[in-house]
Design a protein around this ligand. Structure first.
Ligand code: FPP
Length: 251
C-alpha cells in the first residue's frame, strides 16, 4: 500500500515519458462497496464505475500510455444475480454506443478479450461495430476483458496449439514461450508493466496470469468509483520509482 505524497506535482510532469508504464492493467474493484456506503443499489456503483473508466481512458491517452487493459467482467462474475448481470450487459452496450465518437476522436483502438458465449447479441453487435470502426486507429489501445478468465484463456491456447500439432502445422519440440504468447487472446499486444487494483484486495482474481508475470503491482484502498486522475498519477509515480529486475540483478 502506498501513501500519497503530501504535495505531489500535478499533471505528472515530474515523471518523464520513458519512466511511465507502456501498458497498465486494472482490476476495477469495489463498485458494490462504494454503492453500499452511499446507501445506493449495487448497480449505481457500476454506473459510477463507467464514469471512472471514462476519466482513466482519457488521462492515459493524455499521458501517452500505449495500452490500458480493464477487467470489466470475469468468467466467475456469472454467479451474480441475473438483474445485476443484465445491468452490466446494458452498461456495456451503452458504453459502446455512447463512447464511440469519443473513442474515434482519441484515435483509440479497441480490443476485447474473453469468451463471447453468454454475452447478449445486442451487446456483441455494438462491440463488433466499435472493433470494426477502430481497427485502423493508430493511437492507444483500450483492451476490455469481458467474460474473461486467465485459466480459460490458457485452456483455449492449449487447445489451439494441440490442434496445430495434430494437423502438422506445429512441432511439439519447437513449442516455446512465444508459441504460447501467440495463442493467447492477447497475441500481438505488449505485456502489462503495471497492475492497479482498487478496493484493497491483494489478489489477481484469474486476470492475465501469464501476461502479468513481471508486472509491478499497485493496490489502493479506494474503490473504483473513487478512482481518479490523481490516484492514477500516484500509481505511475510509484511505478517509476521502482527498479524492475526481471529475475536478474540490479545494475
Ligand atoms: C467490481 O466491483 C466490478 C465489476 C465486477 C464490474 C466492473 C465494471 C465496470 C466498472 C463497468 C462496466 C464496464 C463497461 C465497459 C460497461 P464489485 O461489484 O465486485 O464490487 P464489490 O467487490 O464491492 O462488491
Amino acid at each position: 500500500m502506498v501513501e500519497t505524497p503530501s504535495n505531489p506535482p500535478s499533471g505528472l510532469s515530474d515523471v518523464p515519458p520513458e519512466k511511465r508504464p507502456r501498458h497498465i492493467a486494472i482490476i476495477m474493484d469495489g463498485n458494490g462497496r462504494w454503492a453500499r456506503r452511499q446507501g445506493l443499489p449495487r448497480i449505481e456503483g457500476h454506473r459510477h464505475g463507467v464514469a471512472s473508466l471514462r476519466r482513466v481512458v482519457e488521462e492515459c491517452g493524455r499521458l501517452g500510455i500505449e495500452q490500458l487493459t480493464l477487467y470489466c467482467l470475469s468468467s466467475e462474475n456469472w454467479k451474480r444475480p441475473p438483474q445485476e448481470l443484465d445491468f452490466l450487459m446494458q452498461l456495456l452496450e451503452q458504453y459502446m454506443i455512447e463512447e464511440r465518437s469519443g473513442i474515434l476522436r482519441q484515435n483509440i483502438r479497441i480490443s476485447v478479450i474473453g469468451r463471447r458465449e453468454g454475452i447478449p447479441d445486442r451487446a456483441l453487435k455494438q462491440i463488433d461495430k466499435t472493433l470494426e470502426l477502430t481497427r485502423e486507429n493508430t493511437g492507444p489501445r483500450l483492451c476490455l476483458a469481458i467474460n474473461y478468465g486467465a485459466r480459460a484463456e490458457l485452456v483455449d491456447a492449449v487447445r489451439a496449439i494441440a490442434r496445430g500439432v495434430q494437423s502438422g502445422r506445429l512441432d511439439v519440440e519447437s513449442i516455446t514461450e512465444q508459441t504460447i504468447d501467440d495463442h493467447l487472446y492477447t497475441a500481438g499486444m505488449i505485456e502489462p508493466d503495471l497492475l492497479i487494483r482498487t478496493a484493497g484486495e491483494m489478489r489477481l482474481s484469474n486476470f492475465l496470469l501469464w501476461q502479468l508475470s513481471y508486472a509491478e503491482i499497485w493496490v489502493t484502498e479506494k474503490t473504483w468509483p473513487e478512482f481518479d486522475e490523481a490516484l492514477l498519477h500516484e500509481a505511475i509515480r510509484d511505478y517509476a520509482a521502482r527498479t524492475r529486475r526481471f529475475g536478474g540483478l540490479e545494475e
